[in-house]
Write a protein that binds this ligand. Structure first.
Ligand code: KIV
Length: 289
């Protein structure tokens, strides 16, 4: 390999890369993926980290919220993503009730993400109430990303998918949670649907990188749910999403064209069909006489 192609070779992204990006003020990119094909595409685009989010419960499995998602669902999708991505750092989202009931269960379930799912790290939702679980997982050698603000697994407690941290007290609590998670050893935090100036303040007070979703430009990086970005989720699009494609429309167009081709016998054409040698065909016809 030549020196120049060596120089261009991509390196696997790690927790240390993310910390370095923050120090260099280089925005960190993160997207969700739930399957092999998407993981390949996201990785090829050079996105820094892939989150196998429990959002898969809504955008892939069609549930109303993320609560029904199980550990086995997550591991199944993590394995597919791990087969497709080579360079991005892979983060597995711990589903509802996989880390809340006991610290032991939290550590064992986090371990499954690395051992069975091929992930590099896990993410869990919540602030100071999650310190025992987060601390024990980190002590087991598993990198943990925190998640504050709108934490979808607490949707019923929050009274819906609503913006968080909008009062001075709620904002102070969120900052204290963020500092506590950093102290506990989390390598990064997701900040979801909070005021942009609060997200910026938290990002400035922390040494670890923050990744925002609906949290403005002041975060150290950004994440979107890939199905929202691609226009693949039909039910709703949150206000903070920028839609970069209309794959749902594109799929509908392709399916209608296919239906029409089949019905008009345009498909399959000769180029999609298999032939057999003439002499074999003649031999068959003879045998059938
Ligand atoms: O599950 C998910 O996709 C997430 C992101 C929205 C951060 O937690």
């Amino acid at each position: 390999m030549s020196t120049s192609s060596k120089a261009k070779e991509r390196k696997k992204i790690t927790t240390l890369s993310l910390r370095k990006f923050k120090q260099q003020q280089k925005p960190i990119t993160m997207l969700t993926a739930y399957d092999y094909a998407t993981a390949v595409a996201v990785d090829m685009a050079g996105i820094d980290t892939i989150l196998v989010g429990d959002s898969l419960g809504m955008v892939v499995l069609g549930y109303e919220n993320t609560l029904p998602v199980t550990m086995d669902d997550m591991i199944h999708h993590c394995k597919a993503v791990a087969r497709g991505a080579r360079y991005a750092m892979l983060i597995g989202d711990m589903p509802f009730m996989s880390y809340q009931a006991s610290v032991d269960e939290a550590v064992r379930n986090a371990g499954r993400f690395l051992q069975e799912g091929g992930m590099d790290a896990v993410k869990l939702e919540g602030g100071r109430e999650r310190l025992p679980a987060a601390g024990a997982i980190i002590s087991a050698g598993i990198p943990v990303m925190g998640h504050l603000g709108l934490t979808p697994q607490s949707v019923h407690q929050l009274g819906g998918f609503k913006a968080q941290g909008k009062t001075a007290q709620a904002a102070k609590d969120l900052l204290d949670d963020a500092l506590a998670l950093e102290d506990a050893g989390c390598f990064s935090l997701v900040l979801e649907t909070i005021p942009a100036r609060l997200a910026q303040l938290v990002s400035e007070r922390l040494e670890i990188p923050t990744i925002g979703i609906g949290a403005g430009i002041g975060c150290d990086g950004q994440v979107l749910v890939t199905h929202d970005l691609c226009g693949l989720f039909d039910r709703f699009t949150p206000r903070f999403v920028k839609k970069y494609a209309d794959l749902h429309g594109e799929m509908a167009r392709a399916f209608e064209a296919y239906k029409s081709d089949v019905q008009s016998r345009e498909f399959p054409g000769d180029e999609h069909s298999i032939d057999m040698p003439e002499e074999q065909w003649q031999e068959l016809l003879k045998a059938l006489e």
